[in-house]
Write a protein that binds this ligand. Structure first.
Ligand SMILES: [Zn+2]
Ligand SMILES: [Zn+2]
Length: 267
């Protein structure tokens, strides 16, 4: 009885071991043709599974996540934080009530995000998405999030870039949260209804004007009473998150938070 039960598995096990041996061989050949390089600085590394060189790993570790204001996301010293807020955010009632970040927009994280945004590599989706998942799971304010809403791109920009980096991040985060037993759906009913200039090309004073009326929720969006977590790659002045948050607040949401990879210093 027991013998018969194992017979059908045997060809599968032989196939699996041949397959994994083949995969190891092709992996070795690929590494001979394309020697593994650090995803951030490009210097040679011994094994592609390491992903980053030792220096870049160290830089990344030293800069994550740092002390930061939980409203605007900017770096702040220990003694300047009051209830998690910096001095500027003390008396504000922001559209985004809470922000969580992987780190400041410094050296290694910045380089990885630029490669992810402008030269998509699938392993970067996974790596950066994993960092964002860790930040999400480590933040108790995000324990009751109902929906993940990636910051949308206007269809023209999405068409030219071919993907929305915030949506890719949200997919990895949702997948990894599910493995941890938390099932949070991704919702894309927040739309970018107006094509705008890239925020990075504009002075701080023009950023709000540029985005005014740029976001709106679909008429049938079901956001009422929900805790929404916006997902984005980088924020600087927070204008994009703020304008998107205001559009969501018109739909009767309970709370809007945000999870981003990095917060860049104000210029
Ligand atoms: Zn490196
Ligand atoms: Zn602040």
């Amino acid at each position: 009885m027991s013998r018969n039960r194992f017979i059908p598995n045997r060809p599968i096990k032989v196939f699996e071991s041949c397959f994994s041996a083949g995969r190891r061989l092709s992996h070795g050949l690929m590494e001979l043709i394309y020697p593994p390089a650090c995803a951030a600085c490009g210097s040679a590394i011994a094994d592609s599974d390491d992903f980053l060189c030792l220096d870049c790993w160290q830089n990344l570790r030293e800069n994550l996540p740092g002390n930061y204001c939980r409203v605007c996301g900017h770096d702040i010293g220990d003694f300047s934080l009051i209830d998690g807020r910096c001095h500027n955010c003390q008396n504000r009632r922001p559209a985004i009530s809470h922000i969580t970040r992987v780190g400041p927009y410094g050296k290694v994280l910045r380089q990885l995000i630029l490669s992810f945004k402008f030269g998509r590599q699938s392993q970067l989706d996974q790596f950066l998405g994993s960092l964002l998942t860790d930040a999400f799971l480590g933040d108790e304010h995000l324990a009751d999030v109902d929906l993940l809403v990636p910051i949308p791109l206007h269809w023209r920009r999405r068409w030219s870039r071919t993907y929305n980096q915030a949506e890719l991040l949200a997919k990895v985060v949702a997948r990894q949260l599910k493995k941890q037993g938390r099932s949070i759906p991704i919702n894309c009913d927040l739309l970018r209804i107006r094509h705008t200039e890239p925020q990075t090309s504009l002075a701080r004073s023009h950023r709000l004007l540029n985005l005014r009326g740029a976001f709106a929720a679909r008429v049938d969006a079901d956001y009422s009473g929900k805790h929404i977590c916006l997902i984005d790659d980088v924020t600087t002045t927070g204008t994009t998150l703020r304008v998107a948050g205001r559009a969501l607040r018109k739909t009767g949401v309970a709370r809007v938070s945000a999870a981003v990879l990095a917060v860049a210093a104000n210029d």
